[in-house]
Design a protein around this ligand. Structure first.
Ligand SMILES: *[C@@H]1O[C@H](CO)[C@@H](O)[C@H](O)[C@H]1NC(C)=O
Ligand SMILES: *[C@@H]1O[C@H](CO)[C@@H](O)[C@H](O)[C@H]1NC(C)=O
Ligand SMILES: *[C@@H]1O[C@H](CO)[C@@H](O)[C@H](O)[C@H]1NC(C)=O
Ligand SMILES: *[C@@H]1O[C@H](CO)[C@@H](O)[C@H](O)[C@H]1NC(C)=O
Ligand SMILES: *[C@@H]1O[C@H](CO)[C@@H](O)[C@H](O)[C@H]1NC(C)=O
Ligand SMILES: *[C@@H]1O[C@H](CO)[C@@H](O)[C@H](O)[C@H]1NC(C)=O
Ligand SMILES: *[C@@H]1O[C@H](CO)[C@@H](O)[C@H](O)[C@H]1NC(C)=O
Ligand SMILES: *[C@@H]1O[C@H](CO)[C@@H](O)[C@H](O)[C@H]1NC(C)=O
Length: 879
């Protein structure tokens, strides 16, 4: 962790990035949305802009080097036909032909869309049938049944590499062709059913009851450019619509539906009937009974009077699909989906019926149905693929070098030998140069073929560095030959990188940061009065008490929802004097009980610190309970880290450090300033709120407890949030228990886990330190506490592995704007790892954490001062 080591690592990373960029810059790249839109078979190099979406469509020459351009026949050309269908690329040669989409981000989710209109382009009048693959995994069969219709196929997959291939495979039923190919970046949190081993193939994506029954909704209304098809059936359904904004307000919106789709819905025309629709399975050659997942999107669009209720069941083939009655929320979208695919039914009949209590018929806004495909086939080692693709490009090898080099074995590239093992991806072990007819200087890419033991060949034109022509026999000799060009490249590139960094810094010089330096000395407060006892029964609150009626006025009838938690909803409100407040109203269905509510209210009346959210008042009016807090306009830290915040910009390193520091001070106060110490027990990014000045305050004291040593009365309920819970306090196995054994995942993941254990468990202040360490890792990496892809992994494990390899740049959040001091990031990551030590005794106290973070902040401030020096000189020159 010496500064020198850190900076040389950084430089090396810069080099790797610069070198890759050099190879790829000639290629078409995703645009700023992460989109690639290809018009297959479009001749020339000019792209054009699509009228409807205003997206640019590029010709396909940069994405494939096989096949030929063809125009569809004149009889299928109509003035209104989308330009994309005017021509196709067909692949008369070779079994497998592929498009390669590069410069994408490995491990993210992408939507791939391929379109096909035959239009009798070959004059044979015989529409073909062929197979489509995503890399080495089967996507779907393309059965082109007529010349005129356009087939649109879509898949959502997690892409393991920084490129993805779409391959057309000739199955002996005609020549494969394609009209268009789209790639759309999705967030990895979207479509939870798509993961490393399972992809989704779209069957239908329907928008119920649109006001214009012919208008498709896609980009820009849908920022992910999904295509929403109108579904209107006036005989069976009435349309309902609103012009108000409809949105999902959950922290982890998994579907990000466009408002325009949510603004319309249907109800049954006969108010006592059900909503019914169905689909039939679409058998595939490789999967005769595909499994299906459905995402049904709901929102209440009518403001219902108190006496009215809309509640319904969702049934599949007459049996409950979602196990509970469901009540859509006004202008808030929510989704019911199944995680485990339903399989083996001859029909899938969905019926949505009102419950006996419901005064209104059921409603639905949109539905998506997908079949699932396994994506378990593993392609050749990705470094080998990049290297061999670079060799192929450099030497212009045509042959059958298409798709994955080694997989499937039957289509492995000629001239290559591969090794296959069960536990790891196939590797390229030899390359027959004389077969491939390679000539010219030795590409440095050969060096990247790490598993190559032999390069065969006796090729008089093959040179290293343009002067010595040699036959290369073994790996060790090869290494000598390629050493020279590689070193040269390194030197040249590093000079370029230094120049680049220098220029950028100069340009950035005079940026003035609006975050004004503040006095860090903690405000001193009296420890909570009494200290030793927190009576459970007699509640003595000093704060203002509100009547429910007053809350209705303050929140304008609970109009604007700020968020929701285990407790219920949090509403926006204004006091009489105009002070903006947040009102947390306990809902009846809340899994946070009356006891927790009172506990939080009581804790909050006793603690006061600038880094703890303060309570303005409370309401206990009959069954109604609410807490009124100071308003935190910037929402939760979790929103900022995930990029789902109200303001989309990402936090700089300095802002992150300040937030870490302030949260740590809040916790230190709980642990040190209170007697007995208070343990928060649910420290997480979602419970750290930010005000307009981005000052951090810890919130949600519903689980907070006083800590007394050897306390036998301590609750034996395990509480906390998955991903943040101290392992010493929790048996992690118990936490990973599944929800009740029905097939359907609840629409909202339940994070607060209350699980009774046999043995009494006793959290300590060190449990909070552990959770804080997780938050600190989130700040450093910009990743959630539990990484979902490729499989659920704790952020601790993820970061530990990378940091052990000295890879700070691979850990630090790439979305952090501006420069940062690498040592400061290292140090913060180190503090986080210490906080998350398995054994609580090895973890620092919050006081030690505060001191360490102070040092991180000083390192970063020193860098800023260094950076600002030229600016000062400039100012002197002016005056
Ligand atoms: C292709 O579609 C046609 C018409 O739906 C059907 O008759 C035929 O069986 C399908 N071919 C295959 C191989 O599934
Ligand atoms: C409905 O949408 C179609 C297709 O976008 C458009 O041509 C038509 O003008 C729209 N009709 C109305 C009434 O807006
Ligand atoms: C409306 O639906 C109910 C229940 O399915 C049925 O009994 C009734 O006949 C329907 N009314 C009309 C007018 O179709
Ligand atoms: C689904 O609906 C179809 C037609 O409406 C009907 O023939 C079939 O029996 C239904 N299947 C089930 C399992 O309910
Ligand atoms: C609606 O569906 C539920 C769950 O399948 C069922 O129990 C109930 O009887 C149905 N109600 C009506 C009125 O069809
Ligand atoms: C229907 O109302 C009754 C009485 O108010 C209540 O006990 C029952 O739980 C309600 N059922 C549902 C499904 O909400
Ligand atoms: C390499 O390719 C050449 C030309 O096709 C062939 O004669 C030779 O046997 C190959 N060598 C190996 C080891 O496969
Ligand atoms: C992907 O999801 C399927 C279905 O839920 C599950 O069986 C599989 O284990 C998941 N794979 C990963 C890597 O999480």
């Amino acid at each position: 962790m010496a500064p020198a080591a850190a900076s040389s690592r950084l430089l090396f990373l810069c080099l790797a990035v610069a070198a890759t960029a050099g190879v790829l810059q000639a290629r078409a790249q995703p645009d700023s949305n992460g989109f690639i839109s290809i018009d297959c078979g479009l001749p020339g190099t000019a792209s054009y802009v699509n009228d409807g979406t205003k997206l640019a469509y590029v010709p396909d020459a940069g994405f494939t080097d096989a096949g030929t351009n063809q125009d569809i026949s004149a009889e299928y050309m109509s003035p209104t036909l989308s330009r994309r269908y005017h021509n196709v690329r067909s692949f008369p040669d070779g079994v497998r032909n592929c498009y390669t989409l590069r410069s994408i981000v490995a491990g993210l989710k992408y939507l791939l869309r391929a379109t096909f209109k035959y239009g009798n382009y070959d004059g044979l009048g015989r529409p073909p049938i062929f197979d489509l693959y995503i890399g080495v995994n089967f996507w779907t069969m393309v059965n082109v049944t007529d010349a005129d219709s356009a087939i649109i196929l879509e898949a959502i997959v997690l892409v393991p590499d920084d490129f993805v291939q779409v391959c057309l495979v000739n199955t002996g039923s005609g020549t494969p062709f394609i009209s268009g190919l789209d790639l759309r970046l999705l967030k990895s949190t979207l479509y939870p059913q798509a993961n490393a081993t399972q992809g989704l193939v779209l069957l239908g994506r329907m928008n119920f009851g649109p006001t214009n029954s012919t208008a498709i909704i896609r980009y820009p209304d849908d920022p992910h450019d999904r295509v929403w098809i109108p579904w209107v059936n006036t005989a069976a359904w009435n349309s309902v619509s609103t012009t108000l904004r409809v949105e999902d307000i959950a922290d982890d919106d998994m579907f990000e539906l466009p408002t325009k789709v949510l603004q319309t819905a249907i109800t049954p025309r006969n108010a006592s009937a059900n909503i019914e629709f169905s689909w039939d399975p679409d058998p595939q050659p490789k999967d005769p009974t595909p499994g299906y997942v459905a995402n049904m999107h709901f929102s209440e669009l009518e403001l219902l009077p108190g006496s009215a209720a809309r509640q319904f069941y969702v049934n599949l083939n007459g049996k409950p699909w979602y196990p509970k009655p469901y009540k859509p929320m006004y202008l808030i979208s929510d989704t019911i989906y199944n995680s485990n695919p339903g399989r083996g039914f001859p029909h899938y009949n969905i019926s949505i019926n009102a419950t006996a209590n419901s005064t209104l018929p059921p409603i639905i806004n949109a539905v998506e149905v997908f079949s699932v495909i396994p994506t378990t086939n593993v392609g050749t080692d990705s470094q080998d693929v990049s290297a061999i693709m670079a060799i192929k490009a450099k030497y212009g090898v045509k042959k059958n070098w298409m798709g994955d080099p080694c997989v499937p074995k039957t289509l492995a590239w000629e001239g290559l030998t591969c090794s296959y093992s069960i536990s790891s991806p196939p590797r390229i072990t030899s390359l027959n140069l004389s077969f491939s007819g390679l000539n010219g200087d030795i590409s440095s890419s050969f060096a990247s073929l790490k598993a190559v033991q032999y390069i065969y060949g006796d090729n008089p034109n093959l040179c290293s560095n343009g002067n010595s022509c040699q036959t290369t026999k073994t790996k060790s000799k090869l290494a000598i030959y390629i050493a020279v060009p590689v070193v040269l490249v390194v030197v040249i590139v590093s000079v370029a990188v230094l120049l680049l960094c220098f220029c950028r810094r100069k340009k950035q010089g005079p940026t003035s940061n609006s975050v004004k330096p503040q006095n860090e000395t903690p405000v001193s407060h009296a420890p909570p009065a009494g200290g030793s006892s927190y009576p459970e029964s007699s509640l003595q609150l000093e704060n203002r008490r509100f009547a429910y009626k007053e809350l209705e006025m303050i929140t304008d009838n609970f109009q604007r929802v700020l968020g929701r938690g285990g407790f219920g909803y949090v509403y926006d409100g204004f006091l009489e004097d105009g002070t903006q407040v947040a009102v947390k109203l306990r809902s009846d269905s809340s899994n946070q009980g009356v006891k927790e509510f009172l506990a939080e209210a009581q804790t909050l009346t006793k603690i006061h610190h600038k880094n703890l959210v303060s309570m303005i008042g409370y309401c206990k009016d009959g069954d109604y309970m609410a807490l009124v807090y100071e308003y935190m306009s910037e929402g939760s830290l979790q929103e900022h880290i995930s990029g789902n915040g109200r303001n989309t910009g990402f936090l700089s390193w300095r802002q992150r450090l300040r937030i870490a520091m302030e949260s740590a001070q809040g916790l230190e106060y709980l642990h040190k300033g209170c007697n007995p110490p208070l343990i928060h027990r649910d420290v997480k990014a979602a419970n750290i709120l930010l005000n307009a000045k981005l000052e951090a305050k810890i919130a949600d004291f519903g689980l907070t407890k006083a800590y007394r040593e050897n306390d036998t009365h301590m609750s034996n309920t395990l509480v906390g949030t998955l991903g943040y819970v101290d392992p010493e306090y929790a048996h992690s196995a118990a936490l990973f228990q599944k929800h009740p054994s029905h097939n359907v995942t609840p629409p909202l993941p339940i994070f607060n886990i209350g699980k009774s254990c046999n043995s009494a468990v006793q959290p300590t202040t060190k449990s909070d330190v552990y959770s804080f360490g997780v938050v600190l890792l989130e700040l450093v990496t910009g990743r959630p506490a539990i990484l979902r892809d490729p499989e659920p992994t704790s952020i601790i494990q993820w970061a530990r592995q990378r940091l052990a390899r000295g890879n700070i740049e691979g850990v630090a959040d790439p979305r952090m704007p501006g420069d940062h001091d690498v040592n400061s990031v290292w140090k913060a990551a180190d503090v986080a790892l210490k906080c998350t030590a398995q054994a609580s005794a090895q973890r620092p106290t919050m006081t030690e954490v505060v001191a360490q973070l102070q040092e991180c902040l000083e390192l970063e401030e020193a860098r800023r001062r260094r950076r600002q020096r030229p600016v000062l000189r400039l100012q002197r020159v002016r005056s």
